[in-house]
Write a protein that binds this ligand. Structure first.
Ligand code: IPM
Ligand code: MG
Length: 356
């Protein structure tokens, strides 16, 4: 197959981790006889520096013309003082929205090799951690109206949280479908004791529930969910939730699996073109030092092969190679443990590519 991939290297550690994922993709292409071509796309802080805009239209167009997008990370202290619409993160939000990527899948899976790196007690970790956060990605408070006005001699800020039924229904359906492919348990996480948007979520979810009688469906308030994720993560199979709750809970979920550097994600809409990125940020403090963990990005590339290109065997091959690299004792600094061998970003990428 020929596939054209838009590469957004981005800021901070972005370029280093994307380089490792490309190395692995090229090795896969060679092994399986595919051709991957790449298109460089500027987004985030580097696009602000170059074009004065975190995502120029021309860059979005390149993504829309690609078969899928692979992203490293965007943002950093250099651009922190900028007003909201000009910040690097705005480029990412415009990209998600511009590509119609409403469905964000973030797996929280404990790699047995990294069990010791989990901050949870062994008695909790032993029960296993393997769940999927299905996060709504292009609505909610991220995309409602943001404004700051002067009122009675002080500033007043508002961030509107908005959801339309069709936006809930399409992600709710992904939640049920994802559960059907896994252990058939779905938890809708919300704040229905306070928010109208959450009550609307529940009413839409109840309609969908009738279509999926095999799925064991439950609901949980987000504050309780935050607690349950550290108390007994083994109770979860699939969590479906709105944009901001999903942002927060997926960071929490990644941490208990040992390292946030390991977690990939997929963002998809109605078609097969998606965007794939590790869920961690640009880590400016370690940028350019060959210290970053490239596995989250490498596994994101694997998700792209599976979900957008239908290359299941190739994706499995990458996951197996990552397993072998971890089995061999190689660790980047974020997941280093006693008796293991510390390696850099590049060496980890080399190892995974060689183990395919
Ligand atoms: C994420 C990030 C982004 C988000 C930021 C960078 C805008 O935290 O992908 O989880 O909040 O969605
Ligand atoms: Mg986040």
């Amino acid at each position: 197959m020929n596939k054209h991939i838009a590469l957004i290297r981005g800021d901070g550690i972005g370029p280093e981790i994307v380089a490792q994922a490309v190395k692995v993709l090229d090795a896969v292409a060679e092994k399986y006889g595919h051709t991957f071509t790449y298109e460089e796309v500027d987004m985030g802080g580097c696009a602000i520096d170059k074009w004065g805009d975190p995502l120029p239209q021309e860059m979005l167009d390149k993504c829309l013309a690609s078969d899928s997008v692979l992203l490293g990370a965007v943002g950093g202290p250099k651009w922190e003082g900028l007003p909201g619409p000009q910040r690097p993160e705005k480029g990412l939000l415009r990209l998600r929205s511009g590509m119609g990527l409403y469905s964000n899948l973030r797996p929280a899976k404990l790699w047995p090799q990294l069990a010791a790196a989990s901050p949870l007690k062994p008695s909790i970790v032993e029960k296993g951690i393997d769940f999927m956060v299905v996060r709504e990605l292009i609505s909610g408070v991220y995309f409602g109206e943001h404004k700051t006005v002067e009122q009675d001699g002080e500033k007043v800020a508002t961030d509107e949280m908005y959801y339309a039924e069709h936006e809930i229904e399409r992600i709710g359906r992904i939640g049920f479908e994802t559960a059907m492919k896994r252990r058939k348990k779905l938890t809708c996480v919300d704040k229905a004791n306070v928010l109208d948007t959450s009550r609307l979520w529940r009413s839409v979810m109840h309609r969908l529930q009738a279509e999926y009688p095999e799925v064991e469906y439950s609901e949980m308030f987000v504050d309780n969910a935050a607690m349950q994720i550290v108390k007994d993560p083994s109770q979860f199979d699939v969590i479906v939730t709105e944009n901001m709750f999903g942002d927060i809970l997926s960071d929490e979920a990644s941490m208990i699996t040992g390292s946030i550097g390991m977690i990939p994600s997929s963002s998809l809409g109605d078609g097969t073109r998606g965007m794939y990125e590790p869920i961690h940020g640009s880590a400016p403090d370690i940028a350019g030092q060959d210290k970053a963990n490239p596995i989250g990005t490498i596994l994101s590339a694997a998700m792209m092969l599976k979900y957008s290109f239908g290359m299941d065997a190739e994706a499995q091959n990458i996951e197996d190679a990552v397993t072998k690299a971890l089995d061999s004792g190689l660790r980047t600094a974020d997941m280093m443990a006693e008796g293991c061998t510390l390696c850099g970003c590049e060496a980890m990428g080399d190892a995974v590519a060689a183990l395919l």
